[in-house]
Design a protein around this ligand. Structure first.
Ligand code: ADP
Ligand code: MG
Length: 259
């Protein structure tokens, strides 16, 4: 049975998509079968995997809105073996409103992914920058959450809202939901602020903060603009090495849980 992990933080620009795309790629490289699910109407994970949003025949939108649509029919292969994508495009912008009227509106994604669990080892969900119904659907569908946090002065602001949503989802929709970890992104080892923020986040999340931090690295920006995970663009750069190490840290933690 595959594990479903939601990459969530209602702040935009904190590195959710970059972390989700690159961890998906490295988990696949480690030999696991991975599905990346893009539920952001901006479709950055979709473009980041080199899939042209305007040529999609079906997207996650169709799967969420039409019960008859099977998620499997919207899934597309990627350049990386073992890594497939359930893509998104701007159609999904309307879903938030359409979902409101649906029965079990918080569990539509959970239902759509149900039949896919045994085909993958990991299903990673890239969330939009809000705590709206799409993110709630991701949290309701997931076994765990990974929270990317940008190393900047206001990093902790808004985190209590996110944790509050996680608690509410646990209480009402998904009691087994876990926080797997917090990833510090865009870290600048030369800046005092980055260090202070890391300390503060470590105080708050203790061991759930991953040891590996992701440095600021322009190669990661380039890679996404070429529609490639970093391992296909520049596997030796500092960003690539950090994401690879982070993924191995994550997989080691997972293996330790089941040992
Ligand atoms: P989110 O999905 O949370 O909105 P993104 O992953 O799209 O965040 O990242 C926001 C912007 O920052 C993007 O332009 C991305 O390429 C860039 N970025 C992400 N991580 C890094 C990093 N470690 N170093 C430099 N730029 C980064
Ligand atoms: Mg994003």
């Amino acid at each position: 049975m595959g594990k479903i992990v939601s990459f969530s933080n209602q702040k935009g620009g904190v590195g959710k998509t970059t972390t989700c795309v690159n961890m998906a790629a490295y988990i696949a490289e480690a030999g696991k079968r991975v599905l990346l699910v893009d539920i952001d109407p901006q479709g950055n994970a979709t473009t980041g995997m080199g899939i042209a949003k305007n040529t999609l025949k079906k997207s996650v939108y169709d799967v969420l809105i039409d019960e008859e649509e099977k998620a499997a029919d919207a899934i597309v292969p990627t350049e990386i073996a073992n890594l497939e994508l359930l893509p998104s495009n701007i159609d999904l912008a309307g879903a938030e409103v359409e979902l409101v009227q649906m029965k079990n509106r918080e569990k539509v994604l959970k239902k759509a992914l149900e039949g896919l669990r045994d085909r993958y080892d990991y299903i990673l969900i890239d969330c939009p920058p809000s705590l709206g119904l799409l993110t709630i659907n991701a949290l309701a569908a997931a076994d765990s959450v990974i929270i990317p946090i940008q190393s900047e002065y206001y990093a902790l602001e808004g985190l209590s809202q996110l944790m509050n949503s996680v608690t509410l989802v646990k209480q009402h929709l998904n009691p087994a939901l876990d926080v797997d970890g917090v990833v510090l992104t865009m870290y600048d080892s030369r800046s005092l602020i980055s260090k202070q923020i890391a300390d503060e986040i470590r105080k708050f999340f203790t061991k759930r903060l991953f040891e590996i931090v992701v440095p600021r690295n322009v190669r990661l920006v380039e890679a996404s603009s070429y529609g490639k995970p970093i391992l296909l663009h520049d596997p030796k750069c500092t960003g690539a090495r950090a994401y690879k190490a982070l993924t191995l840290e994550y997989l080691a933690r997972e293996a330790a849980k089941h040992a």
